[in-house]
Design a protein around this ligand. Structure first.
Ligand SMILES: [Fe+2]
Ligand SMILES: [Fe+2]
Length: 500
């Protein structure tokens, strides 16, 4: 009997396929890493490398094996801690590109400038901003180990200092990187990143001062070594700052800096939105606040949610006058058929996506613009068509999708609809807002809008509670002001200027 293939089995097979594929990517990265490390050994011993390779065959075999195990550990770490990251080979390539580039930088500084000038925190800072803090902490340990390996097998470190220096390399890389990660976590601007380098240098300087007290007569060497170590932390921050835009572009990564720049009031598309569609701009500002609060509440990336919400309706820039929030007395929809109206309205998701891609904004932001209405019907014009002709195909009055593919798109979808529905409500008591918000979420669940994003019922409840709190807080009842004002003689008069 033919085996019945269920959706669960297909998913299991696809997961297994992804894990096998990612294992191959790891093996590929391992060989590139090995090649780079061998190249460093070769450059370091240029002239007598053949003798080196024959004399140190056993050590080199143990190097090949230990790097293989190290790669295996990274794979196992991702398997248990973040298996979703393994689905996209680009994530693994990013980790190894960061490791290899940071190693090369350290090697070049150590070989050609000074052993103590190696920017030990550059990897940690790049990993922090391009991946995340948790992975950066683990990967910083891997990087420190690789630095240790380079020192062990190359001749960067003078033979006389071999033991103490190799030990301090591992310790200072690990401590410098870890300090940089904890300090850099709070940084929100590129300028702040430079300060991280300065502050990272402080504990490193203290450690070096206490670690290696000089004998009499070595004071100049001692001071220069401390100075180089301090400089290396500042150089780490400068290099991280210089390399971040390249990685942001090459790996389509969104750093907190890029997100901040995109939500600046000077950002090109936001300036256009403010000038050409002020109603949409104001709506987007409120949706951004709501989406940010919801993302914080369910542990999603708040900066990303805020940025995506800022841009979710930029497609309306094509015909801003066709959208209620930008209209005053004249309504273009009074003069066209409901079918044409629905067509104009629903095209703003695709227009937004195209515009964002054309302006080279990150794809994840453009995806939210495309998905924020999912396949929801445009009720107003569907109802109008039914009233006019007695019949209408719901398909012609529905957004074209796709439905939200991630939690951020789902958050923006709910925040957007709730803001629009509560905007004109005269009574925004928590009970009334809760009722509206619940019906918005339930309607979208009934219409399968959350079926392709992994949002849970618990998270939807938290989102609803967050929106109720935020909207009833924003629109709290104001105290009714008495209709009086004061004249120049400081006498109270009514608003018509008569004495009260
Ligand atoms: Fe929209
Ligand atoms: Fe919207």
């Amino acid at each position: 009997m033919k085996e019945k293939i269920t959706a669960e089995k297909v998913e299991k097979r696809s997961n297994r396929g992804n894990l096998v594929r990612s294992a191959f990517v790891f093996v590929g990265c391992y060989f590139v890493l090995l090649f780079i490390v061998f190249l460093m050994i070769l450059i370091s011993d240029f002239g007598n490398w053949q003798t080196y390779f024959t004399q140190h065959t056993n050590e080199l075999i143990s190097l090949v094996v230990s790097l293989f195990f190290l790669t295996g550990i990274v794979y196992i770490y991702y398997l248990f801690e973040d298996s979703a990251a393994l689905i996209k080979p680009r994530n693994i390539v990013l980790v190894y590109t960061l490791l290899i580039i940071s190693l090369i930088i350290s090697y070049v500084f150590g070989e050609f400038i000074h052993i103590y000038s190696r920017p030990v925190a550059v990897f940690a800072l790049l990993a922090l901003f391009l991946i995340n803090r948790r992975h950066a902490l683990f990967l910083n340990f891997v990087f420190s180990f690789l630095m240790f390996v380079i020192d062990l097998f190359t001749e960067i470190v003078p033979a006389t200092d071999i033991n103490s220096e190799i030990y301090s390399t591992f310790l200072l890389s690990f401590i410098g990187g870890t300090v940089a990660i904890f300090l850099g976590e709070k940084v929100k601007t590129r300028g702040g990143l430079l300060l991280t380098g300065v502050f990272t240098a402080m504990p490193i300087a203290l450690l070096v001062l206490l670690f290696n007290l000089p004998s009499i007569g070595d004071w100049i060497d001692y001071i220069s070594s401390v100075g180089f170590r301090i400089l290396s932390c500042i150089v780490s921050a400068i290099l991280a700052l210089a390399l971040l835009p390249f990685f942001e572009w090459a790996f389509n990564r969104l750093t907190v800096f890029r997100l901040r720049e995109l939500t600046s009031t000077d950002a090109e598309l936001l300036v256009s939105l403010k000038a050409k569609a002020p109603g949409t701009f104001n709506h987007s500002l409120i949706v951004a606040q709501l989406a940010e609060s919801c993302a914080v509440a369910i542990g999603e990336n708040a900066e990303l949610a805020r940025t995506a919400a800022y841009y979710h309706d930029v497609g309306k820039l094509k015909q801003p006058e066709c959208f209620t929030e930008n209209q005053s007395d004249y309504n273009v929809h009074d003069e066209i058929t409901p079918e044409l109206s629905a067509d104009i309205i629903r095209s703003h998701t695709k227009d937004g996506y195209d515009l964002l891609m054309e302006k080279h904004l990150p794809k994840v932001i453009a995806d939210v613009a495309l998905e924020h209405h999912g396949t929801m019907p445009i009720k107003y014009f569907y109802d109008k068509a039914i009233r006019y002709s007695g019949d209408a195909d719901l398909k012609d009055f529905s957004y074209l999708g796709p439905i939200p593919q991630g939690k951020i798109a789902a958050i923006v979808m709910i925040s957007d609809a709730t803001e629009a529905a509560t905007r004109a409500m005269p009574d925004r008591s928590p009970e009334k807002v809760e009722k509206v918000c619940r019906s918005i979420i339930e309607e979208r669940m009934d219409l399968g809008q959350f079926e392709e994003c992994d949002i849970t019922m618990r998270e939807l409840t938290v989102i609803k509670q967050t929106l109720v709190e935020a909207l009833s807080g924003v629109h709290h009842h104001r105290v009714k002001y008495p209709a009086i004002q004061f004249n120049r003689d400081r006498q109270a008069v009514n608003t018509e200027g008569k004495d009260v």
